[in-house]
Design a protein around this ligand. Structure first.
Ligand code: SAH
Ligand code: DHB
Ligand code: MG
Length: 221
């Protein structure tokens, strides 16, 4: 596939509707300086999440997988002054780096980072009667994606939007004999969508600056 056209069009779109300000640029720089693979979403994808948060007038957002807080910043910018975004990250070092980027973007009053395993923190939130979220973005480790999705529904209300990143994996989901546990994890979720009566859902293929992939877009009934 010719990815160059997707990259060029992504830049065309970003130039018009998803320009990074200095805080987002600095966040991207922090990823490059850490010398790790940049698995943050793209600017255009960040803007898409922001559009969805705005569409549902989100006041409460939950994110799984903070990394350097690049997606966190795009999402938090859709929140009103009394809004709240909780982002869960397993790696303490990563949380500290993310917090710097959030402080730099002047979003610390809206964003709460929680360090721990997503499943454990989900369970804590369910046990402590955490009020439902308006939008949930699932972007942590892939093997338990189905478990995350089911727990996300428990922290939802009718109308909650649930978006899950990386569910197409360069088309690897077509392989019914896949052995990669990340691929198997997202296949389990994708298969579940056809049987789950609690949601209305689709999968959007994503092309552009990042690898060919896809996102589950679901609304809780
Ligand atoms: N949402 C980010 C990218 C997240 S990358 C963005 O688009 O900018 C995935 C992150 O999930 C990594 O930082 C990784 O440390 C974290 N992670 C992996 N396993 C996890 C788990 N079990 N619970 C919580 N976070 C986890
Ligand atoms: C991976 C994780 C992501 O969240 C992503 O957007 C791309 C790749 C990964 O773990 O391979
Ligand atoms: Mg991702």
């Amino acid at each position: 596939m010719d990815n160059e056209i997707f990259k060029s069009v992504d830049e065309y779109i970003a130039f018009r509707v998803a320009k990074e300000d200095t805080a987002l640029q600095k966040t991207s720089t922090s990823v490059r300086e850490a010398n790790v693979a940049d698995i943050s979403i793209s600017p255009v994808q960040g803007k898409m999440l922001q559009v969805f948060a705005a569409a549902c007038s989100a006041k409460r957002i939950l994110e799984l997988g903070t990394f350097f807080a690049y997606s966190t910043i795009w999402l938090a910018r859709a929140l009103p002054l009394n809004g709240k975004l909780i982002s869960i990250e397993i790696d303490e070092h990563q949380t500290a780096l993310a917090q710097k980027n959030i402080d730099n973007a002047q979003l610390s009053h809206l964003v709460e980072l929680r360090t721990g395993k997503a499943i454990d923190i989900f369970q804590e939130m369910i046990n402590s009667d955490e009020p439902p979220f308006d939008l949930i973005f699932v972007d942590a480790d892939k093997p338990p994606y189905l478990e995350y999705f089911k727990l996300a529904i428990k922290l939802s209300r009718p109308g909650t939007i649930i978006i899950c990143d990386n569910v197409i994996r360069n088309g690897a989901v077509l392989d019914e004999n896949a052995t990669d546990e990340k691929v198997i994890g997202v296949q389990r979720l994708n298969n579940y969508l056809s049987t789950c009566n609690d949601i209305v859902a689709t999968i959007l293929q994503t092309v552009g600056a990042k690898e060919y992939d896809g996102m589950v877009m679901a609304v809780v009934k």
